[in-house]
Write a protein that binds this ligand. Structure first.
Ligand code: DAH
Length: 341
């Protein structure tokens, strides 16, 4: 009987197949009800008690070997037929649906901002992300010791203080005024870079839209009315604005604009921290030094400028609470803006 078992062990070891039906047939022959293993077990009953121990162990060895071998062969055969189906392609299989992407909220809100100003007669201007000191700071009337020029805020390229990543889109104001004579009415969208620790409320890369209007007799009243129109278009007809005095080197006077909180209607909630107001942009009358730096006669012309963060506007409009979501591109976040046109 020991020879029979050894024979079977050899047979199992030698068996090779990649065809599932063939493997199944082999399984039935060895492990099936009327298979060879069961026949051996029948025979085992008649064996003398002193031989049982050795033979029993052998039979168990055979059983484990056969079960494992058959399982492995089957798995390999199935995997192979799957890859074959993938490469050749099963022409009768139903097609899988393509999942559509969606527009990024930053693109959507940038488009909304630009189109509001385009309706007011503004055109869109562009400028480089890698800039020089003149366009980002000096021409904008930043004094030489201004902290924004500092290594802590600005990314410099190759240790050269004159090659840097723009920290705001106000640089495009300068490029536009150098190129174009008044009347000028432009909005300038773009990415800006600041050396900041990343958190829910700050990022080292974000987006801004800058606005600039230069002509004869441009007044603070024009600025206020343009921004009020923008706020109503962006946040709804019921929106109000208020201006707080502020300071920017490139505008005089300068202001900070708040819009009435569109979530609580100005009553005060946790988004507006109970104040009823949300800060949306900086603005002011273009400092005469800036006009002169670009070769524009500040006695004849005046202008206003404003700048806002696109992430911030999107956050306020859509209640996004964490800036980092804009950069992670998780489709579960992005798809929530599918319905926004
Ligand atoms: N450049 C400013 C910033 O990045 C924003 C800004 C404020 C732009 C006032 C302006 C302005 O044009 O008049 O914080």
């Amino acid at each position: 009987m020991i020879d029979k078992i050894n024979d079977l062990i050899q047979k199992v070891e030698a068996f090779k197949s990649q065809a599932v039906p063939e493997i199944e047939e082999f399984r039935i022959r060895i492990l099936g009800k009327k298979g060879e293993l069961n026949a051996l077990l029948e025979e085992f009953k008649t064996v003398a008690p002193e031989a049982k121990r050795e033979l029993g162990q052998k039979i168990n060895q055979l059983k484990t070997l056969a079960t494992e071998k058959i399982a492995t062969l089957k798995k390999m055969a199935e995997e192979q037929s799957e890859t074959a189906a993938q490469t050749i392609g099963d022409m009768t299989r139903p097609g899988s649906a393509e999942t559509a992407g969606s527009r990024h909220p930053i693109s959507l809100v940038r488009k909304q901002i630009l189109s509001i100003f385009e309706r007011m007669g503004y055109t869109v201007a562009d400028g480089p992300e890698v800039e020089d000191d003149w366009h980002v700071f000096s021409a904008l009337n930043f004094p030489p010791e201004h902290p924004a020029r500092d290594m802590q805020d600005t990314f410099f390229i190759e240790k050269n203080p004159d090659v840097l990543l723009r920290t705001h889109t106000s640089s495009i104001q300068i490029r536009t005024m150098e190129r174009q004579k008044p009347p000028i009415r432009v909005v300038c969208p773009g990415r800006v870079f600041r050396n900041e620790a990343i958190s829910y409320r700050a990022h080292c890369i974000f987006h801004q839209v800058e606005g600039l209007y230069v002509d004869e007799n441009v007044s603070f009243a024009d600025l206020k009315q343009s921004i009020l129109y923008f706020a109503k278009e962006m946040f709804g007809e019921q929106s109000k604005i208020r201006l707080r005095p502020s300071y920017f080197p490139f505008t005089e006077p300068s202001g900070e604009v708040d819009v009435s909180c569109n979530l609580c209607g100005g009553k005060g909630c946790n988004v507006c921290k109970g104040t009823g107001w949300l800060e949306i942009m900086g603005c002011g009358m273009v400092d005469p030094n800036v006009l002169e730096a670009c070769g524009i006669d500040s006695k004849k012309y005046s202008g206003f400028a404003f700048g806002m963060g696109i992430e911030r506007v999107a956050m306020l409009k859509y209640g996004v609470k964490d800036l980092r979501l804009y950069f992670e591109n998780d489709v579960r976040f992005l798809h929530q803006f599918d319905a926004v046109l």
